[in-house]
Design a binder for this molecule. Structure first.
Ligand SMILES: [Zn+2]
Length: 239
């Protein structure tokens, strides 16, 4: 395995430093601008005094000390050739701490311009794996976990969860709301349509009201009216 040994003893050093757009280097800008055919076309038009009829280009671009600039409301910005836009973003997003789209965009547009730059940066930041990995999960924050004190009293503390989904029943129920009394371990199973809070509240209200009143009230759809918006909102805050 001498070839492997030779590699490990003499590792090939690849210097990517030259690819980075960390500093604003006017020579570098001039070189990459000349390599881009679209930008070269603009430069040629600007340098050709006979092409005065292309007003748009003359109004929007200018050449200063051999560099192509775009005129913007905030001042003149270097025009970034297609081939180095990813490098520019790498330097202004990845290498400086993965800031949000707003901050990345603000930073890039301080010095640079290219067509559809905002959309390009939006896509770049959105597809950044590092950012996706570090992102705080969206939606409601999970509540803090507390240890539950054991109380020797039936129905003082209930453990509630959903089981399912199961095959949908003829009553269109797909889940079971599982309620376990912490003291007696008594189990209550109530079929519900989904894991939505509204169905859980309704099922529990029906069950416990029925137990309390010892009435024959059914626990189907009849109690919708009892759950006004306020109660649902309140219960969402708890669950
Ligand atoms: Zn990122």
């Amino acid at each position: 395995m001498s070839h492997v040994d030779a590699l490990s003893r003499n590792p090939v050093e690849i210097d990517f430093g030259c690819l980075l757009v960390r500093t604003i280097d006017t020579k570098w800008i001039a070189t990459v601008q000349k390599d881009d055919s679209e930008l070269k076309r603009i430069v040629d038009i600007l340098n050709d005094s006979t092409s005065g009829d292309i007003v748009d280009i003359r109004n929007n671009f200018l050449i200063k000390r051999g560099l192509l600039y775009r005129k913007t409301d905030d001042g003149e910005r270097w025009v970034v050739p297609k081939g180095v836009r990813f490098q520019l973003l790498k330097a202004n997003h990845d290498d400086i701490g993965h800031f949000s789209f707003d901050k990345t965009f603000a930073k890039v547009k301080e010095s640079y311009w290219f067509p559809k730059m905002k959309r390009f940066i939006q896509k770049y930041v959105k597809s950044c794996l590092e950012c996706a990995h570090a992102k705080v999960p969206a939606g409601k924050k999970a509540g803090e976990l507390h240890t539950i004190e054991k109380i020797d009293c039936p129905f003082h503390t209930l453990h509630i969860d959903h089981l399912g989904p199961f095959v949908r029943s003829s009553s269109k129920n797909s889940y079971l709301l599982l309620i376990i009394d912490a003291f007696t371990k008594f189990i209550i199973l109530i079929p519900v349509k989904s894991t939505k809070t509204v169905y859980s509240i309704r099922a529990m209200k029906n069950y416990f009201n029925r137990s309390k009143d010892n009435s024959d009230s059914d626990m189907d759809e009849s109690d919708d009216a009892q759950l006004d918006a306020h109660e649902i909102r309140k219960s969402n805050e708890v669950i």
